[in-house]
Design a protein around this ligand. Sequence first.
Ligand SMILES: [Ca+2]
Length: 194
Amino acid sequence: MMIISEQKKAKSTAEIFSVGFLIFFIGLLLFFVFDRALWADTVLDQERLIRGRETGSVRSITVMSNAGWSDAGVEVYEGEVLLFQAEGVISLQEGNPIAYCGPEGYDLQTVQQPLRERNIGALIGKVVKLLSVELDKETGEEIRHEQVEYFYIGKERRVTMPLTGHLYLGINETVFGDNSGAFRVTVFLPRILN
Ligand SMILES: [Ca+2]
């Protein structure tokens, strides 16, 4: 009886150790999974900024306020997250002493803007997807059928690309001929550009 009891005790001790190890292992696994998930949410953006030149690509674009859309020179993919940072001051009406603004725009919304609910003069972007090209039979001119998606940027913003296509940056204003100045924009892409 003594021997059996000892064996049982030994067995139960081994079981406790096994269960303990299993719990520890699962805990360790969960820690890594959740830690990575948290890390991905909070730290990745900063990491991406710091290591942008290793893990992705950085583009510097000057957006002239009096020249319509500026070609960012990159194709983007739907769902891809790009980080934008902008600086600079522009005039929305040269000679007007109060019509100045930064990338967040001037505190005024008009119906004649690409993004009506955003400040006039704010930094915005658009993605253009070329659907088809046809020739006008009468004039011989090229007619491009495009899908366009606009999005707000402001001073600093992470934006999920709404469409696969070509990226442009511009000012949230249609009457841009009387503007002056430019925004300097840094674009961080999550992949290496060829
Ligand atoms: Ca203007």
